[in-house]
Design a protein around this ligand. Structure first.
Ligand SMILES: *Cc1c(COP(=O)(O)O)cnc(C)c1O
Length: 389
């Protein structure tokens, strides 16, 4: 590791990613296509490297949130199909077509706009229709009274000129939540989705090639809902209770070093606000990992970081650029010692629970100041500084 990287850095374990992909692939069966969700820089893991691995492993599709994210992949030589799940302004239709990017179409007016642009260019735009079956976010409304108009609207949209409706999808709201109520809700969403598909297909007389709805929760809990393609994100990265149950491995390890060690007498207040006061002579280490690196400030004085001599409680308020940990009784941990913020020893799931959030938020929060390193066969095969040099 170059010294410039040895501040705080994220290790993306590509072997763990391959393991997770293959495990999930096997779980859903060979007849089901696999879309890897790599939006938000692959949940902070590095979208380019993650996508390269998925492409090499034979995944069928990638999904991102915006055209910029899709372009990042295309300009870095990712050739496989990419679906944009979110908003793309109609002015970008030319680029979508030029770079062979598939766009989600979330309502009729979007279909109209996209079709008009594609007609002007004289080239078809590949789309997947998004259906709102109960997430109440994006997608054609089809619930209750909206069923007939929804089906009609989708049937019209797929027939607009220069729209090539390859797929149709919906998103589950509570497939990852326990309890009968959530199960019923998910089953209702699924039934509504398949009813809509039936309705549209009988109206148009054509079939959607790729019908998909299974996110992490569904791949874990509702294997009968895979349809033509699954669409997991979190499971691929190996976090959450289901990942543990399925034997998946956490892909990211976030590491830092001890930058300073000092011994304070009893009664010393540590960091902003003085919320922590030493109750005895205390050996404090300063870690160059703060909220600007992605350490959620709400974890202040609540969590522990892992050292080679065990867990060290974090003390006082987390600052922008650093935080303090208690190294009392850990004489072997000194300036330059490596610290695991989360990874195989310090569970991200537990850290997220302590913060009252989900693992997604913590890996997505790892900021661009934190360089990424990529591990394959146990060796560092790549390093990425995210700052504009
Ligand atoms: C983010 C996202 C996913 C992946 O969700 P996970 O819970 O990480 O599996 C799937 N589908 C859509 C539409 C998404 O926005």
């Amino acid at each position: 590791m170059e010294s410039t990287l040895k501040r705080t850095w994220a290790e993306t374990d590509l072997d763990a990613l391959v393991h997770n992909y293959r495990t999930l692939r096997e779980r859903v069966g060979k007849d089901v296509k696999f879309l890897g969700v790599v939006k938000a820089d692959a949940y902070g893991h590095g979208a380019i490297e993650v996508s390269k691995v998925l492409e090499k492993e034979g995944a069928d599709y990638l999904a991102v949130s915006s055209i910029d994210e899709a372009m990042e992949l295309r300009l870095n030589d990712i050739k496989m199909p990419i679906l944009i799940l979110g908003h793309t302004p109609k002015e970008q239709v030319g680029r979508l077509i030029e770079y062979d990017i598939t766009q989600a179409v979330t309502c009729k007016s979007k279909a109209v706009e996209y079709s008009e642009e594609a007609v002007k260019l004289g080239k078809p735009l590949k789309i997947h229709i998004k259906v709102d079956t109960g997430m109440s976010r994006l997608g054609f409304l089809v619930e209750d009274d909206h069923f007939e108009t929804g089906v009609e609207g989708i049937a019209e949209a797929v027939n607009y000129p220069m729209l090539d409706a390859e797929g149709i999808f919906t998103h589950f709201a509570v497939s990852d939540e326990p309890g009968e109520e959530c199960k019923a809700y998910t089953e209702h969403q699924f039934k509504l989705f398949t009813d809509v598909i039936k309705g549209v297909e009988s109206k148009t007389g054509r079939r959607f090639k790729i019908r998909h709805c299974a996110n992490t929760g569904a791949v874990a809990n509702y294997l009968d809902m895979c349809l033509d393609m699954v669409r997991p994100g979190l499971l691929l990265y190996g976090y959450g209770e289901f990942a543990e149950k399925l034997g998946l491995k956490p892909v990211m390890t976030l590491k830092s070093v001890v930058s300073t060690v000092k011994i304070y007498p009893k009664g010393t207040k540590i960091s902003y606000g003085g919320i922590f006061e030493t109750s005895d002579t205390t050996r404090i280490g300063v870690i160059p990992y703060g909220y600007a690196d992605g350490f959620l400030r709400c974890l202040s004085n609540k969590c522990s970081l892992y050292t080679e001599e065990g867990f060290a409680p974090q003390r006082g308020k987390i600052c922008m650029d650093m935080c303090m940990i208690d190294l009392t009784g850990k004489p072997g941990v000194d300036v330059g010692s490596e610290i695991e913020i989360f990874g195989n020893h310090n569970s991200l799931n537990e850290l997220a629970a302590l913060a009252g959030t989900i693992p997604y938020e913590i890996t997505c929060a790892v900021s661009k100041r934190v360089p990424r390193t990529y591990i394959k066969d146990g060796k560092v095969i790549g390093k990425e500084l995210m700052l504009r040099m």
